[in-house]
Structures are given as structure tokens and as C-alpha cells.
Ligand binder design. Structure first.
Ligand code: NAD
Length: 384
């Protein structure tokens, strides 16, 4: 039997419930897909609050080293307190491993609730640059020595006078960072036969960061003229752009007109949650953080602290992240089997509270029960 070792980070808050509901489902998927010839073996890793409580470090070196060595991991959400000196372990993990692409598919399937009249057309992939923009975390507190020094510099050297009680942040977006990201996304679109790529930016206001992001993305797209067009032409990938505020309206009114959204970090973050809302919410929105040397698969959602330990959260986004991981590892059959079992379970209106409350006359099941129901459909095979 082939043993497939996968490092995992359980996550904080509702992450624990979700992990417990999902673990056996992922194991069973692989056993079933490969008729008992392959088996998952989990390698537990610490990060976030749990790591801090046990080691005094939010992101122990061993965690980073293990992901580097295995080149793949799956993780639950980690809590990041707002304000204070505690930077996000999630963001740090993406940066130290240089996971510069964040891939978040938003795909409607029958059974999911939606506020849209015709949700069938929703099949978006949000591609979010994952290492630059305000997520670099370069900012200074109002009144700090650094903020005052920078304010003085801006006034004396740049002729920009700001109030003394201003907090300051830097929004770095580089040509190099944008180009490698755009190249990855275009290659992905070609490989996966996607129909369009839309750059989402606020370049009308932030000209040298988001405006430049747009220009640099177009520069890369021009290198792909065999596959990409800047107009509409059958059989080629249409490459276009939208200003971010307009994009938020477009995904609600005409989601079927869009396919891949190529976004700087913050726009991608906002759009991920907004688009998840088109197909029932964060409970069904998976994701992947991918670099040239490693990839970490994780749901879009956070640790949902209000629901921690209550066995209520929806494990679908974690399970679908697992399916993305399987595909990335060349375990396509497992990915397909798992996606089918999830779709079938939801199609039968077996759903957790987050989806049930958007549906008429549906009683929610617990997180763990949802996992068991998916597992049942894996064991029995499709159509049961
Ligand atoms: P959240 O994603 O945890 O929750 C937002 C809303 O979605 C809540 O109403 C929540 O109940 C609901 N929700 C989220 N996941 C769900 C699920 N699986 N099933 C059902 N409902 C679900 O966002 P938040 O409350 O803004 O953040 C909580 C914490 O998570 C913060 O510390 C934040 O920094 C962190 N966070 C972590 C990640 C990550 O680990 N990648 C991502 C986002 C936020």
C-alpha cells in the first residue's frame, strides 16, 4: 500500500470541529478512489493560537520547515487578534514560503442556496496576489517615533503635509511580484481552458500601485498572444480589466460574464468573501496558496470564534480545499469522488446551519453529521 504523508494544521476556533468532521472523509476518499492501494498518513503541525500556547511562538520553525520538505499541507483557519503587536500567522506563512498565488474557486452547484435569481452561471476563480500590497504589514501607529519621523520626511522632502496624529501604512506592489503572479494565472487559465481573465484594480485612484498592477499584468498577457486576446475571439482567452468598485456590482448582476479575476492582494481578499456570498457563503468556499516550491490548501473563511466547539460549522470549504489538494498532488480521481459526494449530500438538502437558514423548511445537521453523510456517499458510491 502506498502511504501518502500530508502535513496538516488543525486551526483555531471552529477549525477544530471542521478538522474532526473532515479527517476521516479525506482518508476514506483516498482509500475508496484507489481501491485500498493508497492511504493518507497525517503529520500534525502547530501554528496560530495553539502553537503560541504550547511554544510561545505563533509559527514555529519546525512547521515552516516541514511544509518546505513535504511541499504540501492542508490547514484550518488561524485566529488573528485585531490591533496589538500580533501579526497574522496566516499571512506570515504565505510570505515565508513565498506562496504568491491564492486561488479561490467560487462554483455554484445544485442544492446550494443563493441570493441570485440565476446562480447557475457562477463559476469564478478569484486569483489573489498573496505576498505584496498592504499585507506586507508595513505600517506605523499614530504618534510613534517611526510615524513622526516619516511624517517629517514627507513634509520636508516630499512637500506632503499630514496631521501629526496620522497613522501610516505603505502599499508596495512591484513589477516583479505582479509579473510572476500574472504569468502563473495566465498559464493556469491556458492549461485549464478558462474563458476570460479580468484584472480587478483601483488604478484610477492608486495609479502607481494598482494602476501599475493593471499595466504590468497586460504586459505579461501580451507575451501570450497565441492564447489571449484583448477583445472577444472564439477559442481564445479574453483578457480585460474592471475597476474594483464596478467589479463588486458586476459579480452580483452578471456573474456569468466573468471567469478568472486577477486581483492584487486586498481586492482579492474582499472579493473572495463577497463572491462566496453568491453561493451560500464562506462555509463552501475553498482555497489554495501556491508558490514555486510549496502549496498550502485552506478554506477562505476564518476561525469563526462564535461557533468554536459547538459542532455547528460547515466543513465543506475545508473538504473542497482537500479536493483541490488532491488534484494538485495528481490524485484527480480522489478529488472528483469527493466533490461528487459533497454535491450529492448538499443536493439532498443535508446541510449545516449556515446553508439551512437560507433554505425553506430545512433542518440543519451538525458539522460532524455532515462529514458522516459525505463519507456515507463515498462508501456507497455516487447515486445513493
Ligand atoms: P470568519 O470567516 O471566521 O467568519 C465570518 C462569518 O462567516 C461568520 O458569521 C462565521 O460564522 C461565518 N463562517 C465562517 N466560516 C464558516 C463555516 N465553516 N461554516 C459556517 N459559517 C462560517 O471571519 P471573521 O469573523 O472576520 O474572523 C475570525 C478570525 O479568523 C479572525 O481572527 C481573523 O483574522 C481570522 N481569519 C483567518 C483566516 C485564515 O486562517 N486563513 C481567514 C480569515 C480570517
Amino acid at each position: 500500500m502506498d502511504h501518502i504523508e500530508i502535513p496538516y494544521i488543525e486551526g483555531d476556533g471552529a477549525g477544530e470541529d471542521i478538522w474532526h468532521a473532515s479527517r476521516e472523509v479525506l482518508e476514506e476518499t483516498v482509500l475508496k478512489a484507489y481501491e485500498g492501494t493508497k492511504k493518507l498518513v497525517w503529520i500534525p503541525l502547530l501554528a496560530g493560537q495553539k502553537a503560541f500556547d504550547r511554544t510561545g511562538n505563533l509559527l514555529p520553525e519546525e512547521t515552516v520547515d516541514t511544509v518546505k520538505r513535504y511541499k504540501v499541507a492542508i490547514k484550518g483557519p488561524l485566529t488573528t487578534p485585531i490591533g496589538g503587536g500580533f501579526r497574522s500567522a496566516n499571512v506570515h506563512l504565505r510570505q515565508v514560503l513565498d506562496l504568491y498565488v491564492c486561488l479561490r474557486p467560487i462554483r455554484y452547484f445544485p442544492g446550494l442556496p443563493s441570493p441570485l435569481k440565476k446562480p447557475e452561471g457562477v463559476d469564478l476563480i478569484i486569483c489573489r496576489e498573496n505576498t505584496e500590497d498592504i499585507y506586507k504589514g508595513i505600517e506605523w501607529k499614530e504618534g510613534s517615533n517611526e510615524a513622526l519621523a516619516l511624517l517629517a520626511f514627507l513634509k520636508e522632502k516630499m512637500g506632503v503635509a499630514l496631521a501629526r496624529d496620522t497613522g501610516l501604512g505603505v502599499k508596495p506592489i512591484s513589477r516583479t511580484g505582479t509579473a510572476r503572479f500574472a504569468r502563473w494565472v495566465i498559464e493556469y487559465a491556458v492549461k485549464n481552458r478558462r474563458k476570460s481573465i479580468t484584472v480587478v484594480h483601483k488604478g484610477n485612484i492608486m495609479k502607481y500601485t494598482e494602476g501599475a498592477f493593471r499595466e504590468w499584468a497586460y504586459d505579461v498577457a501580451r507575451e501570450f498572444e497565441e492564447y489571449v486576446v484583448f477583445d472577444v475571439e472564439d477559442g481564445k482567452i479574453s483578457f480585460n480589466d474592471r475597476i474594483a468598485d464596478n467589479m463588486f456590482m458586476q459579480v452580483i448582476l452578471k456573474p456569468e460574464d466573468y471567469d478568472i479575476l486577477l486581483c492584487p492582494n486586498l481586492n482579492g481578499d474582499y472579493l473572495s468573501d463577497a463572491c462566496a456570498g453568491l453561493i451560500g457563503g464562506l462555509g463552501v468556499a475553498p482555497g489554495a496558496n501556491i508558490g514555486d516550491h510549496a502549496a498550502i490548501f485552506e478554506p477562505t473563511h476564518g476561525s469563526a470564534p462564535m461557533y468554536a466547539g459547538k459542532d455547528l460549522s460547515n466543513p465543506t470549504s475545508f473538504l473542497l480545499s482537500g479536493a483541490m489538494m488532491f488534484r494538485h498532488m495528481g490524485l484527480g480521481r480522489a478529488a472528483q469522488l469527493l466533490e461528487r459526494a459533497i454535491e450529492e449530500t448538499i443536493g439532498r438538502k443535508i446541510v449545516t446551519y449556515d446553508l439551512a437558514r437560507q433554505m425553506d423548511g430545512v433542518t440543519p445537521v451538525r458539522c460532524s453529521v455532515f462529514g458522516e453523510e459525505v463519507k456515507k456517499r463515498l462508501v456507497q458510491g455516487a447515486g445513493t
